[in-house]
Design a protein around this ligand. Structure first.
Ligand code: NAD
Ligand code: WQD
Length: 342
């Protein structure tokens, strides 16, 4: 079976490529390398001892997509490609809607032309907005997003669902990720944010390694056990196996199916900091700062549906997530920028 992985050089995409290759899928990647490095794919080959086919290309480029589908007999697309910086999307709505929505419309047009109607999409817990219930089940209504990035996920879920409504031969699996952290245990691939990180774990690892002086914790007056926000952190390697589980499901002609990919366990910001210190023995200085706009107090999943229907559940705990994030940061202090020296 041949899988087209859009955005396959990125953080989650590269970890998923490993899992696909390890499960004997043929892997074709398209990525414009806007937020990633080809070195990640070289490392994927090194880790697995297997090859994949790479197109440096843009999903905004229809000719490129047509060419890929002409040259490969694609059975299913796993669609990661997109812009994902929440804060940036507020100032650049056009860029986010164009890249994420137009790019995805091009993709499904190329899929339609090629007769490929199996799609697994990287959605996000952000579509729940301020969730109506905790833990969040898939039946929980979608909420109001607080930024254009979130709306692109919200809208794309609807667009892909409508494709199936119009033509029931389409199978669409919407995977709503919670908070991916961690890295491949080899330390060869991991998250490589540009500039100062927006997300918690890369910020922590950069403080731990001395690139940043201290962590600012956004708010300690929330209605949560210790006053800091609670999230469902999930190891990126668990997310990767979730995609392989989804591929097995899509072969059963599942129509439109939605799954949360989370652990079902919530940790506060302070829990994460303390677990990081315990797991690594490295101190992380922090101070409390005002709340960050758009943050919801609590967001964690019910992971029951994925377990029931996909036979998938997260295996890694918070300490392993911290250990592997730190291992990646230590081995690659400048991300893939320094990769050649390894
Ligand atoms: P990432 O930025 O590391 O990966 C996205 C990849 O897509 C990058 O390699 C980038 O170069 C590529 N890309 C972007 N626009 C493209 C285009 N027009 N054409 C071709 N390639 C393009 O991000 P990630 O963390 O690996 O996220 C992967 C997907 O999962 C994204 O869709 C993201 O929105 C979604 N997601 C991420 C998180 C998270 O916290 N990381 C949470 C929920 C959902
Ligand atoms: C986690 C917690 C912060 C940084 C984001 C997106 C979401 C999804 C996953 C894509 C929050 C706190 C953070 C810092 C802090 N991505 N924090 N100091 O906001 O839960 O989710 O990534 O779909 O859509 O919004 O993740 O890692 O940014 O924050 O105190 O320097 O850590 O306030 O409580 P978030 P995050």
């Amino acid at each position: 079976m041949t899988i087209l992985v859009t955005g396959g050089a990125g953080y989650i995409g590269s970890h998923t490529c490993i899992e696909l290759l390890n499960n004997d899928y043929n892997v074709v990647v398209v990525d414009n390398l806007y937020n990633s490095s080809k070195k990640a794919l070289d490392r994927v080959k090194e880790i697995t001892g297997k090859d994949l086919k790479f197109y440096k290309g843009d999903i905004l480029d229809k000719d490129c997509l047509e060419k890929i589908f002409k040259e490969n007999d694609i059975d299913c697309v796993i669609h990661f490609a997109g812009l994902k910086a929440v804060g940036e999307s507020v100032g650049k709505p056009w860029e986010y809607y164009n890249n994420n929505i137009t790019g995805s419309l091009n993709l499904i047009e190329a899929m339609k032309n090629a007769g490929c109607k199996n799609l697994i999409f990287s959605s996000s817990a952000t579509v729940y907005g301020d969730p109506a219930q905790i833990p969040i089940t898939e039946e929980c209504p979608k909420g109001k997003c607080t930024n254009p990035y979130g709306w692109t996920k919200w809208m794309l879920e609807q667009i892909f669902t409508d494709m199936h409504t119009a033509d029931p031969d389409w199978n669409v699996i919407l995977l709503r990720y919670f908070n991916p952290i961690g890295a491949h245990p080899s330390g060869l691939i991991g998250e490589d944010p540009n500039g100062i990180p927006n997300n918690l774990m890369p910020y922590i690892t950069q403080v731990a390694i001395g690139k940043l002086p201290e962590l600012g914790i956004f708010g300690n007056d929330y209605d949560t056990p210790d006053g800091t926000c609670v999230r469902d952190y999930i190891h990126v390697c668990d997310l990767a196996t979730g995609h392989v589980a989804a591929l097995k499901k899509i072969k059963e002609n599942c129509g439109v199916s939605i799954y949360n990919l989370g652990t079902g366990v919530g940790y506060s910001v302070l829990d994460v900091v303390n677990n990081f210190i315990e797991a690594t023995g490295v101190n992380v200085p922090y101070s409390f700062k005002p709340r960050r706009e758009g943050d919801v107090p609590q967001c964690y999943s019910s992971a029951d549906k994925a377990k029931r229907e996909l036979g998938w559940e997260a295996k890694y705990g918070i300490k392993e997530m911290c250990r592997d994030s730190w291992n990646w940061q230590q081995k690659n202090p400048d991300g893939f920028g320094e990769a050649e020296s390894l």
